[in-house]
Design a protein around this ligand. Structure first.
Ligand code: ADP
Ligand code: MG
Ligand code: MG
Length: 252
């Protein structure tokens, strides 16, 4: 199985230190959840993994199967098997969702090994059905006028079609009603398997009622301060974050 290893990661934005030594190791087959109060650096972690130019990695490393991710351009990270919705443009006029997806799949393949149109359509139909998406969504322009829920479903459609080694899903649950949440969870669970690892970043525990993580990490003030199993998420839901702060002597 593949491994994504984040070691002692320090990240700054505009010379302000946000991440202060983050360590996470994700093996293929594992789902990790990162939870934490607002403003603690969860999205910064996602952006740094994906190579967002604004986030400067000042020290530490990110390795994917022994390859140095920090040496890779954004598109090389995608090609190496890292997925995040933020890799993709939010809207492109004149390009349909289907065209966009097929191009993205082929960009990750070697020349001469492009997916056939028939095979692509068959797969896309199947995954859209699983996600209970309106078939019209395939022919609409990417994200143009998509509702919040449609955008999130479309993110999961991209995930199911691109089949990355690792996915970083930041607040995939935000703004979803319960039905959309179930469908999004179904899509992520569909990906589960020894050749897929996932980092789910969420402020709330409710997504984790549908996707049982193998590991839960609590992030505070730019560090992972506590790790455990799914029961940790349940305790956070019931009791909030104060007990973690007290336990660790963290002040606001
Ligand atoms: P979380 O996702 O846990 O809510 P973020 O990673 O978004 O936290 O933010 C962590 C800290 O970094 C916050 O103090 C936030 O204000 C700051 N920050 C995040 N993004 C930027 C940015 N683009 N420019 C300046 N500061 C930022
Ligand atoms: Mg935030
Ligand atoms: Mg965030």
């Amino acid at each position: 199985a593949s491994t994504l290893t984040i070691k002692d990661l320090n990240v700054s934005i505009d010379d302000k230190e946000i991440l202060k030594g983050v360590n996470i190791n994700i093996n293929g087959g594992e789902i990790h959840a990162v939870m934490g109060p607002n403003g603690t650096g969860k999205s910064t972690l996602a952006s740094a993994i994906m190579g967002h130019p604004r986030y400067q990695v000042t020290s530490g490393s990110i390795m994917l199967d022994g390859q140095d991710v920090l040496d890779m351009e954004v598109d090389e990270r995608a090609k190496a098997g890292l997925f995040s919705a933020m890799q993709y443009p939010s809207e492109i006029s004149g390009v349909t969702n289907a065209e966009f997806l097929r191009t993205a799949i082929n960009a990750r393949r070697e020349e001469g090994k492009e997916i056939s149109l028939m095979k692509f359509i068959k797969q896309m139909d199947k995954q859209m059905e699983l996600l209970e998406m309106d078939p019209n969504m395939a022919q609409r322009y990417l994200n143009e006028g998509f509702s919040g829920g449609e955008k999130k479903r479309n993110e999961i459609l991209q995930l199911l079609m691109l089949k990355p080694k690792f996915a970083i899903l930041d607040e995939i649950d935000s703004g979803l009603d319960i039905d959309a949440l179930k469908v999004v969870s179904k899509g992520i669970n569909e990906m589960r398997g020894s050749d897929f690892g996932c980092l789910i970043i969420t402020h709330y525990q409710r997504l984790l009622n549908y996707i049982t993580p193998d590991f839960v990490h609590v992030m505070m003030q730019g560090r992972i301060v506590k790790s455990g199993g799914p029961e940790l998420a349940q305790r956070l839901e019931a009791e909030g974050y104060d007990w973690v702060k007290e336990e660790l002597g963290i002040e606001d």
